[in-house]
Design a protein around this ligand. Structure first.
Ligand code: ADP
Length: 139
């Protein structure tokens, strides 16, 4: 059954470049309700596990280094059709291919440093949310 929640991270580049406010504004203007949110930092083990699906890719080491180099904003978002609609709002992985009006078009600087994460399925949204938040931190 489809859920109405997805999980996002404002990645270290988005935080470093001062875009927390701008990105959260696009998220709320896009009709998403913030269910949970925190400033936190991934450990190397966290990032390796999070991106384990990419372990054999040439950019894996660079990705883990990038994702652990500074704080991130982790959040759970709610909206009808949340996973798919949020993927639309963030835009293509490569900002060169991201549509106008998307978060990555506005804030991403490269394929790797692309400002924001969005879960790719309801199943992963639930796993990623539970990794970061206890039940009492979800509202
Ligand atoms: P998405 O985040 O759009 O779901 P993927 O799951 O394919 O994209 O990749 C996860 C993350 O890995 C991307 O958001 C990006 O930060 C990084 N990444 C993907 N492909 C590359 C690449 N070719 N070079 C560098 N980093 C990459």
């Amino acid at each position: 059954m489809a859920t109405n929640r997805t999980f996002t991270m404002i990645k270290p580049d988005g935080v470093e470049n001062g875009h927390i406010g701008g990105i959260l504004n696009m998220i709320t203007e896009g009709g998403f309700r913030i269910v949970a949110m925190k400033l936190t930092q991934l450990t190397v083990a966290d990032a390796k596990a999070f991106y384990a699906v990419h372990a054999e890719r040439p950019f894996y080491g660079e990705l883990v280094e990038f994702m652990t180099r500074g704080p991130i904003v982790a959040a759970i978002l709610e909206k009808e059709n949340a996973v798919e609609d949020f993927r639309t709002l963030i835009g293509a992985t490569n900002p060169a291919n991201a549509a106008e009006g998307t978060i990555r078009k506005k804030y991403a600087t490269s394929m790797g440093e692309n400002a924001v994460h969005g879960s790719d399925s309801d199943e992963n949204a639930a796993i990623e949310s539970a990794f970061h938040f206890a039940g009492r931190e979800m509202f």
